[in-house]
Design a binder for this molecule. Structure first.
Ligand SMILES: NC(=O)c1ccc[n+]([C@@H]2O[C@H](COP(=O)([O-])OP(=O)(O)OC[C@H]3O[C@@H](n4cnc5c(N)ncnc54)[C@H](O)[C@@H]3O)[C@@H](O)[C@H]2O)c1
Length: 253
């Protein structure tokens, strides 16, 4: 699937890695339906991108919201043939800490947004993709999800975040198997440390310490580097059921 023929739903598309992917798809001739909770940022981005993008305030955990933006995208652009999931939150809380056990509600919230939200988007997007015209490989759509290197080397304070991301890595193969007969591929990106609003809120000292952690190059990743991998996963018909770390060789201590 060429990017100039791609009509993608991008969740978390108003910020960070999602925004970079929205910009990369549009810069290469594709169209994007941007799903995010952040109305101001989402509206500003879609206005800037003109006819190539639309925005709907969307909570990825809400069935109606996700169906609504898929319908809006299909109405405006004629189809949805890619779903790219970046919506996610990161929290820091230990299983047991000074203030007592990890709040259960917080744990459930992280799993709900990161893991169940991703699954919700995948299942509803795949349903819409059935209606597409096949490519010469018989392909009807491509799904790209976002895990994290924390899926493999989660740190202290990450039992919720790491589990949510390990869940996304874990569903990649069974979902690719489920959707193969529908001509839909499923791949997952596991980013290392990327300079987005998620990280840029950290103090300068903490950022400098993080920059030293990748093997090479010793810097934080650029959101556009993730955007290019997401586009490769959409374009390359032979890429399926894979989780790819993009992390400068980092292994979280
Ligand atoms: N930045 C990194 O270093 C890094 C590393 C590993 C994984 N990730 C993952 O990449 C994804 C994007 O991260 P980012 O750094 O761009 O973060 P970000 O905070 O810049 O962007 C996340 C976006 O998701 C949106 N969002 C949150 N909850 C939502 C919901 N329920 N419904 C719809 N939208 C929602 C937010 O409004 C925000 O615009 C996340 O899943 C994150 O866990 C990021």
């Amino acid at each position: 699937m060429k990017i100039n023929q791609t009509i993608a739903l991008v969740t978390g598309g108003a910020s960070g890695l999602g925004e970079a992917t929205v910009r990369e798809i549009v810069a290469n001739g594709g169209k994007v339906a941007i799903a995010d909770l952040n109305e101001d940022a989402g509206n500003a981005l879609s206005e800037e991108l003109g006819d190539s993008a639309l925005f709907c305030k969307t909570d990825v955990t809400n069935e109606k919201d996700v169906s609504n933006i898929l319908d809006q995208g299909m109405e405006a652009f004629g189809a949805i043939n890619a779903a790219v999931n970046f919506a996610g939150i990161a929290v820091a809380a230990k299983t047991l800490g000074k203030d007592g056990p990890h709040p259960l509600k917080l744990y459930q919230k992280v799993i709900d947004i990161n893991l169940i939200g991703t699954f919700n988007v995948c299942r509803l997007a795949a349903e819409r993709m059935q209606k597409n015209s096949p490519t010469e490989d018989g392909e009807l759509g491509a799904i790209v999800n976002t895990a994290s290197v924390a899926a493999y080397d989660g740190q202290k304070g990450q039992p919720a975040y790491a589990a949510s991301k390990a869940g996304i890595a874990g569903l990649t193969l069974p979902m690719a198997r489920d959707l193969a007969s529908y001509g839909v591929r499923v791949n997952t990106i596991a980013p290392g440390l990327f300079l987005t609003p998620l990280l840029s809120a950290l103090p300068e000292e903490a950022l400098q310490a993080l920059e030293k952690q990748p093997l090479f190059p010793q810097r934080l990743g650029k959101p556009q580097e993730i955007a290019k991998l997401a586009c490769f996963m959409i374009e390359c018909a032979y890429m399926n059921a894979e989780v790819v770390r993009l992390d400068g060789g980092i292994r979280l201590p």
